[in-house]
Write a new protein. Structure first.
Length: 122
C-alpha cells in the first residue's frame, strides 16, 4: 500500500500586499496553509481566533468558517465587506485577499496618506 503524502485538494491563496501566493488545502485555515509552507504575508498571532492580527479581507473567491470569528475583531459591517480572520477560515476556491489587521500599522509609519485614512475611519 502506497503511503500518500498530503494529497488533499488545494487551492491558491494570493496575498495582494506582498504579491505572494501559496497553495492551501480546503480543509485547513488560510493561516495554517501559509505557516506550513514557511511563508509570510499574513500576520500570525494566536492562530486561534483570539488576537485579530490575521485579519484579512477576501477580495475574490470563497471561504468557509472553521470556527467562530470574534466580534471583537471583525464587526458585522466588516464581515459584510468580506473581512474575516485568516486563522478561522478555509478556502473553498482560489482566494485573493488583502491584509487588514494590525500589521498595517508598523509599516505605515511615515506615510501621510495612510495616517489620513486611519483618521477618517473613526
Ligand atoms: S492569529 Fe490570532 S486571530 Fe488569527
Amino acid at each position: 500500500m502506497a503511503f500518500s503524502f498530503d494529497t488533499r485538494p488545494k487551492v491558491t491563496v494570493f496575498v495582494t500586499q506582498t504579491g505572494e501566493s501559496f497553495p492551501c488545502a480546503t480543509s485547513e485555515s488560510l493561516l495554517q496553509g501559509m505557516l506550513k509552507l514557511g511563508r509570510k504575508g499574513i500576520p500570525v498571532g494566536c492562530v486561534n481566533g483570539g488576537c485579530g492580527v490575521c485579519k484579512v479581507r477576501i477580495l475574490e473567491g470563497e471561504v468557509k468558517a472553521l470556527g467562530p470569528v470574534s466580534r471583537a475583531h471583525v464587526s458585522v459591517e466588516e464581515e459584510a465587506q468580506g473581512c474575516t480572520l485568516a486563522c478561522r477560515v478555509a478556502p473553498l476556491t482560489a482566494v485573493r485577499l488583502e491584509v487588514t489587521g494590525k500589521f498595517e500599522k508598523p509599516f505605515s509609519k511615515g506615510f501621510a496618506a495612510t495616517a489620513n485614512r486611519v483618521s477618517t475611519g473613526v
